[in-house]
Design a protein around this ligand. Structure first.
Ligand SMILES: Cc1cc2nc3c(=O)[nH]c(=O)nc-3n(C[C@H](O)[C@H](O)[C@H](O)COP(=O)(O)O)c2cc1C
Length: 458
């Protein structure tokens, strides 16, 4: 069988993910795995339609497709996403339809679920026959049992293609409403109270709903706020994954394009707003490039105590995976999600009210440093980063290590001496069966004591 492997690593073949593919190829020589470096070559592919068509021809001739990619900031890298956009823009979907597909990602499991969900959605949209993916930790290949599982997964995929195993879709097609937003006049009433507001707006058309929503947001305030268009920031390309930034947070593009200056100029913003249209099951690859390029900061949270928000044009309610990403983004950056508004209600008056309410909330939240408690997304995410930076990533990410150490982010439970000491005493105590019985009976009331004291005294 012939399998087209669409390589999503910007590093081309000098890639961890590609080693997984090479091992599979070695163990299954009866199948031909044709590796195509779509992320690495994206600039050429975009410019040269002949090259794009030759890749699509490889897909057409294949029996199945493996989407093989490293995880980049909740998703695939911007270059890979651009390739996915090109499939739709250049009408190549029909060559994917009906083909068997699966996904192989490598990562440290930080939001690998959202990246995998995204690829599943894309395969469903392309009408492909999706077979269960494999989300490897980047080092799984070194471990005998995990390597065995990888090969078993690959074999399962080949068998599914050969036997034409029945598949089903998990994602309903996204339906767009036709609606033109007609903004009312902005109140110009909301005081910014000295808060700096910065909007990064991924606007593609002056008459788009998004452009008008951003303008309406701007006009809600008494004083001017900063709106930067993604098209105004000169960028030579997406993150290269070269990790040259890991020691001192200096990007290889620094001084060569406008991204780092753009990023650094916004560090003092109190409120950060992303304004974007939904493109397939995420935002545009252009906005994704901004998020990937922010990785020059490594794993250091860059929005500590800031308010963040989203102004979105498009059917967000139909993309639960994107909602999860939106919820997670502020939490892992150290900020708070002040709100999300969309044009989905298709009612201009209502959108005006939503925008005005959102603008006021951003200021009120910022004024009170209002931070909602982090959920599993933020709490779990922190623990993954903490563990990685403590050991495996402590080199080369030395800048991260210094930051985590200086800011008390190595908050391992081993350091929680108060609870450790208490538990030790109690475990000792319940060795006596009588005490054990007594403690068992007192469990509910004793557990509440500390809480009740707070209610009484505070
Ligand atoms: C810009 C960038 C962003 C990344 N984002 C994530 C992430 O969000 N979650 C994760 O688990 N790993 C992330 N990683 C780690 C890579 O996914 C991982 O190292 C992968 O194995 C690299 O594969 P490759 O060598 O094939 O490119 C990121 C790496 C880079 C360079």
């Amino acid at each position: 069988m012939k399998i087209a492997v669409l390589n999503g690593s910007p590093k081309g073949e000098i890639s961890v993910t590609v080693q997984y593919i090479k091992l599979i190829q070695k163990k299954f020589p009866q199948h031909e795995l044709k590796l195509i470096n779509v992320a690495h070559d994206i600039i050429k592919i975009e410019k040269d339609d002949g090259l794009f068509k030759s890749i699509i021809e490889e897909v057409r001739q294949s029996d199945g497709v493996i989407w093989a990619f490293p995880l980049y900031v909740f998703l695939v890298c911007s270059q890979y996403k651009r390739f996915i956009e090109l499939i739709a823009e250049r009408g190549a979907q029909k060559e994917f339809a009906g083909k068997y597909a699966t996904a192989l990602s490598t990562s440290v499991h930080f939001f690998d679920n959202t990246a995998q969900n995204y690829m599943h959605g894309i395969c469903d949209d392309l009408d492909m026959r999706y077979i269960e993916p494999f989300s490897a930790d980047m080092d799984d290949i070194m471990i005998d049992n995990l390597r065995r599982l990888l090969l078993k997964w690959a074999d399962n995929f080949f068998i599914a293609v050969e036997k034409r195993t029945p598949t089903m879709k998990l994602n309903a097609p996204i339906v767009y409403k036709k609606f033109t937003y007609q903004p009312g006049k902005g109140s110009g009433k909301i005081e910014t109270k000295g808060m700096k507001i910065r909007v990064l707006a991924d606007i593609t058309g002056e008459k788009s709903n998004l452009a008008k929503m951003v303008q309406r947001f701007k006009e809600s305030f008494k004083s001017d706020i900063q709106v930067i268009r993604t098209s105004d920031v000169k960028m030579r390309g997406g993150c290269l994954g070269c990790m040259q930034c890991a020691f001192d947070n200096i990007c290889v593009y620094q001084g060569k394009d406008g991204f780092v200056d753009y990023f650094n100029a916004g560090r003092d913003a109190d409120i950060i707003i992303f304004a974007a249209e939904i493109v397939d099951r995420f935002f545009s690859s252009r906005l994704k490039m901004f998020w990937d390029r922010s990785f020059f900061n490594g794993h250091i949270p860059t929005a500590v105590d800031k308010q963040m928000g989203f102004i979105i044009s498009g059917p967000l309610s139909q993309v639960a995976n994107l909602q999860e990403i939106i919820n997670a983004m502020p939490q892992i950056s150290g900020g708070n999600l002040a709100g999300v508004i969309t044009d989905e209600c298709a009612d201009s008056g209502q959108i005006d009210k939503l925008i005005e309410g959102f603008a006021a909330k951003c200021i009120d939240n910022a004024e009170h440093t209002y931070m909602l408690p982090r959920t599993f997304l933020g709490v779990g995410g922190h623990k993954i980063f903490r563990d990685q930076i403590w050991a495996r990533l402590s080199f080369p990410f030395t800048a991260d290590y210094r930051y985590y150490e200086a800011h008390g982010l190595f908050d391992f439970p081993q350091q929680d001496t108060r609870y450790l000491e208490f538990s030790k005493q109690m475990i000792e105590m319940i060795k006596d069966p009588k005490m054990k019985e007594m403690v068992r009976k007192m469990m509910k009331t004793e557990m509440l004591k500390g809480y009740a004291k707070i209610v009484e005294t505070k």
